[in-house]
Design a protein around this ligand. Structure first.
Ligand code: MG
Length: 287
């Protein structure tokens, strides 16, 4: 067996040779798709602040963006559920939702009766909001679950009274013209920087009494915040409408082997003579 330094040198030389042979082969792969330039979006002053293309749903001053918003209490820049659910006037399909919420500082009740609310996407699909800090309940009903469809991958709750952040990425379901489901809805959820739901495929609308199933609905729908009788607090709510990158195929993809040798040139054409630029290197200078 060769000594270690010699093996290391040999391996390094192989990697470097492969790298440069790939670089010099001139066979870069291209998709053949002409992409549109992604739009410029200016981030907020922090990652929680709304970026330039966000639709602000609650900035601490008004619930104007919501049907029944006047039913909730706004106190010190915080919205507190009262009497009824609230529902956005504007409707959305694929979306990124940011919201911050806090379970009541004073602990009341237990299980589903403690700090319960919910964020209903398209008014149908509930991402559960619940005080799950040292509070036992069924796992597919705790904070960060899709209600009665899946538990979250972690319990990332902050203590009652402290603020939690939800970042929700939602892909709306698609239906065929005859009402059949074409593609289901998907939800990704990050709570307090921790991944809770990873592109979870929804089985249909969430319900307390019914098994989940899809019913055809429009391409967009409202966001709804649940009133469950608990003084959950909300602040800083915004949404971005999502649009997949746009492109069109203008050519078949290049699909050549990376190390395919360049075609040989004809002997009489374009071949530099010895001594000319690009010509053969005199033997004395070869190394
Ligand atoms: Mg709920």
């Amino acid at each position: 067996m060769r000594p270690f330094p010699q093996m290391l040198f040999s391996c390094t030389l192989t990697v470097v040779t492969l790298f440069f042979s790939t670089l010099c082969s001139g066979q870069e792969w291209k998709s053949g798709v002409e992409w549109q330039e992604p739009p410029v979006v200016t981030p907020g002053s922090t990652d929680n602040a709304p970026p330039s293309d966000a639709i602000v749903l609650f900035d601490g001053s008004s619930l104007e963006a919501w049907e029944q918003g006047d039913q909730w209490l706004i106190q010190d820049g915080v919205a507190i559920p009262q009497k009824t659910a609230i529902t956005t006037k504007q409707h959305f399909g694929d979306m990124q939702v940011h919201l911050e919420w806090s379970a009541p500082t004073e602990i009341r009740g237990a299980g589903q009766g403690r700090g319960n609310s919910g964020c209903y996407l398209m008014g149908l699909y509930e991402v559960q909001i619940l005080d799950s800090f040292e509070n036992e309940t069924y796992f597919d009903g705790q904070s960060g679950s899709i209600y009665k469809q899946t538990p979250p991958m972690a319990n990332a709750m902050r203590k009652p009274g402290e603020w939690n952040t939800y970042q929700i990425i939602f892909n709306a379901p698609r239906f065929r013209g005859n009402g059949d489901l074409q593609t289901p809805a998907y939800v990704t959820l990050i709570q307090n920087g921790i991944l809770m739901l990873n592109h979870f495929e929804l089985h249909g609308a969430t319900s307390y009494t019914e098994s989940p199933h899809y019913k055809v609905h429009p391409e967009t729908g409202p966001i709804s915040l649940q009133f469950h009788g608990d003084a959950v607090r909300f602040r800083n709510i915004w949404v971005r409408e999502l649009k997949a990158p746009q492109g069109r195929r203008v050519a078949a993809p290049f699909n050549l082997p990376v190390n395919k040798p360049a075609p040989e040139k004809k002997a009489t054409e374009d071949k530099p003579k010895d001594g000319e630029q690009g010509g053969a290197v005199p033997k004395a200078e070869q190394k």
